[in-house]
Design a protein around this ligand. Structure first.
Ligand code: ATP
Ligand code: FE
Length: 352
């Protein structure tokens, strides 16, 4: 089973070819990701119109590249899987239209894939892991605990009620004059800082369950920064390091405590898996692993290029879906919102 995957729901234009041969582990034959970071840099965030146009302009060549690198022609494919949501609708539509066109022209089956399902099924692309497992998806746009019970069965156990941690890392970097993306920059500064100097809040720990909040943390950081500026006329190098260390320790502790609860809520699972760019953070990763080990649950962190947005996870989700007998269909709509516990693709014109 060889599938082409197409992903264009945010600011990465991606295409990949993944093959599953019975009896062998899945093979990623190619995984091309063209980031748009430089196009949006001047605007301080992803501009939907710019993203949509860039996807439309670049998708053709990224797909071609993925096929060339894989050494696979369109006629050697068994199908196409495409992200049908959730995401910025202009970008999603670009991908869906291209996939539809290719599928129709070549008579190939077309599978609509939920972007979040792609993230959630990634651990099975890299490791032989059975259902059910717990997934912590923690990125620039998402933060949620998903109990993955099957290819098409996800239960959201909780998540952020406001910002995603990646977003908080990015805003922290901005407030402290550090480069974007903020995560790696803040992690670097934090390494040399004292996490105890500033007492940042651990929001929502008193609330039952595993919902989280990160927007208060950003406000606390802003206040600490401003009082330093008022008192001393600016920030020293060490101030910056200590602020980063305090912030990162707060995020890590909240994630760890809520992961502990999620593992208690989920019942027995085969693993705790992480996805999303924030999973690259070493102290956060270490905290999560500690919690996991305490529960006697194996900890799984796929390689970073598969944790962040890519199309191999979309192709893989397509393969998983075909394998369990879900019928491909080109009769689906692109959706800006598509919660994972509602996995059926919306039908065209259903208004969903
Ligand atoms: P999504 O995939 O949810 O649509 P996204 O494209 O922003 O959103 P990713 O590409 O998975 O998400 O991750 C990017 C985010 O991860 C950024 O917010 C970035 O700051 C954060 N990040 C990357 N590396 C680190 C790190 N070492 N520590 C903390 N955060 C990090
Ligand atoms: Fe994503």
């Amino acid at each position: 089973l060889t599938l082409l995957g197409i992903e264009s729901s945010c600011d990465d234009t991606a295409a990949a070819v993944v093959r599953l041969t019975p009896g062998l582990p899945p093979e990623i034959l190619s995984s091309q990701v063209l980031a748009q970071t430089n196009l949006h840099a001047a605007f301080g965030g992803v501009v939907p119109e710019i993203a949509a146009r860039a996807h439309a302009e670049r998708l053709d060549s990224v797909v071609e590249e993925a096929l060339t690198v894989a050494g696979v022609g369109l006629d050697a494919l068994d199908g196409i899987a495409v992200t049908a949501g959730p995401g910025l609708i202009g970008g999603v539509l670009s991908g869906v239209m291209l996939a539809r066109g290719l599928a129709a022209a070549r008579g190939l089956p077309l599978m609509a894939v939920n972007h979040l399902a792609g993230h959630a099924l990634t651990p099975r692309l890299t490791d032989e892991i059975a259902f059910p497992y717990l997934m912590l998806l923690v990125s620039g746009g998402h933060c949620q605990f998903l109990l993955v019970e099957g290819v098409d069965r996800f239960r959201r156990l909780g998540g952020t009620i406001d910002d995603a941690p990646g977003e908080a890392f990015d805003k922290t970097a901005k407030l402290l004059g550090l480069p974007q993306p903020g995560g790696p920059a803040v992690e670097g500064e934090a390494m040399l800082g004292d996490p105890k100097r500033f007492a940042f809040p651990r929001p929502l720990l008193d609330r039952e369950g595993c919902d989280m909040s990160f927007s208060g943390l950003k406000t606390a950081l802003l206040r600490a920064r401003d009082s330093l500026i008022v008192a001393h006329g600016g920030l020293t190098v060490q101030d910056r390091r200590d602020l980063c260390a305090g912030f990162q320790a707060a995020v890590a502790e909240v994630l760890a405590i809520k992961t502990d609860r999620a593992l208690a809520l989920s019942g027995p699972v085969t693993a705790l898996a992480v996805a999303g760019g924030v999973a690259a953070n070493k102290p956060i990763r270490a905290m999560l692993e500690t919690v996991s080990t305490r529960h006697g649950t194996p900890f799984l962190a796929p390689p970073l290029r598969l944790c962040t947005d890519n199309a191999a996870m979309i192709a893989w989700a397509g393969i998983e879906r075909i394998r369990v007998g879900i019928l491909p269909s080109s009769d689906f709509a692109a959706r800006p919102r598509w919660p994972l516990d509602d996995t059926a693709p919306a039908l065209l014109g259903s208004g969903k």
